[in-house]
Design a protein around this ligand. Structure first.
Ligand SMILES: *Cc1c(COP(=O)(O)O)cnc(C)c1O
Length: 371
């Protein structure tokens, strides 16, 4: 039996807090675990399968949920970004993206053969991407060549900052550049709708934020992009080229569907999650651990600077691994082994009792180890 060490621990890894399966999804995972299980009644395209109800989910539930005209399932957020970039790419063309972007945004651009222009953030301690800077870089890059796409990370995966995406969308419109909103940390956690933002594309990650086993992502767009991004093969008339004909064909889509009711409900409780994150942040700061990024914070993903833990690590028996080990001893998982000075975490979905357990752990660790 392959056992997972961390199964029953309190998990504060931002990467994992929104991807934990619901009971419904756990059952779906077993039920649909066989290879190609969802293809029993496929007539040629994943999103058109009526039994199980994938058609309903992709063409009605999802567009309604994320406020777009057209939606598709992809194998992950990165595959969704790559599909858009590849469809819009031209020789020597550019993509403008925020410097808080995820590595997979850069790699997708690289694979699509696009030049990348970065919008710098405001630096320490807030690291904010401002609409003004976004406009500036768009302006500069337009002078260098054709800008086929802009990308904004909302929120970013480092600081959990939520840039002013509506204003950025307006700016992109003014420059006539389509905008992709990378909402890997938003869709499934917080309310977000493409049309309300005024952007062209939106991307989500099922295993990160939609209680799905994955790998699975979602791609939403305005209707006007359908023919370009979802262009069909000349040879296989119903297969969409950028999706390589088919994507998440198995338990990943079934867990997403199984969890959806829960996901839709939890998004409505987003305000409570932000309140909890702010509470946690304020208690950490009382211990001398400073939260970087936007303050007060607007997302569950938080980035901390802990000079006191860093000092302890210099003389601790386990060196920089001491924090990881101390937390592990207290059945808390999610801060990367070896980090003490800068780390991110999330208390998304935790009960207040669990939040107190985590806070008490930090208090104890500081008290017991400080000299
Ligand atoms: C996690 C993450 C991704 C990658 O998502 P996948 O679905 O695993 O491809 C992309 N962008 C951001 C901002 C992320 O945090």
């Amino acid at each position: 039996m392959l056992e997972r060490q961390t199964k029953d621990m309190i998990n504060i890894d931002p990467l994992q807090t929104g991807g934990k399966l619901t009971e419904e999804a756990r059952r779906a995972l077993i039920e649909w675990g066989d290879g190609y299980s969802v293809c029993d009644f496929c007539t040629g395209r994943l999103d058109e399968i009526k039994t199980p109800p994938i058609y309903e989910f992709v063409h009605k539930t999802l567009p309604d949920f994320i406020g777009c005209d057209v939606a598709r399932i992809t194998t992950g957020a990165r595959e969704a970004k790559f599909a858009v970039m590849h469809a819009l790419a031209k020789r020597d063309a550019w993509i403008v993206m925020d410097s808080n972007a995820h590595y997979s945004s850069y790699i997708s651009a690289e694979r699509a053969g696009l030049n990348v222009a970065e919008v710098p953030n405001t630096g320490y301690p807030d690291f904010i991407i401002t609409p003004e800077k976004f406009a500036e870089v768009l302006e500069e890059t337009k002078r260098k060549g054709e800008v086929v796409l802009a990308l904004i990370t909302y929120p970013d995966g480092n600081y959990g900052n939520l840039p002013d995406v509506k204003r950025i969308a307006k700016i992109c419109q003014d420059y006539d550049v389509p905008l992709l909103v990378n909402a890997a940390y938003a869709i499934g956690r917080m309310p977000i709708k493409l049309k309300e933002i005024g952007a062209d594309f939106i991307v989500g990650s099922g295993h990160k934020s939609m209680a799905s086993s994955g790998p699975i992502g979602i791609l939403g767009m305005r209707g006007e992009w359908e023919e370009i991004v979802l262009k069909k093969s000349s040879r296989f008339k119903n297969k969409e080229i950028e999706l390589l004909g088919c994507t998440a064909r198995g338990p990943s889509i079934m867990t997403m569907i199984a969890s959806f009711q829960h996901v839709r409900d939890r998004v409505k409780r987003w305000g409570d999650e932000v309140k909890k994150a702010r509470y946690f942040s304020s208690k950490m700061e009382e211990m001398g651990i400073i939260q970087l990024g936007e303050k007060p914070h607007n997302h569950d993903l938080m980035f901390f600077q802990a000079e006191n833990l860093y000092e302890i690590s210099k003389t601790a028996k386990d060196g920089r691994y001491f924090l990881y080990k101390e937390l592990k001893k207290r059945r808390i998982h999610g801060i990367k082994p070896g980090l003490t000075r800068f780390f991110k975490l999330s208390v998304y979905g935790l009960t207040y009792e669990e939040v107190e357990t985590v806070l008490e752990a930090f208090r104890e660790i500081i008290k017991e180890n400080i000299r």
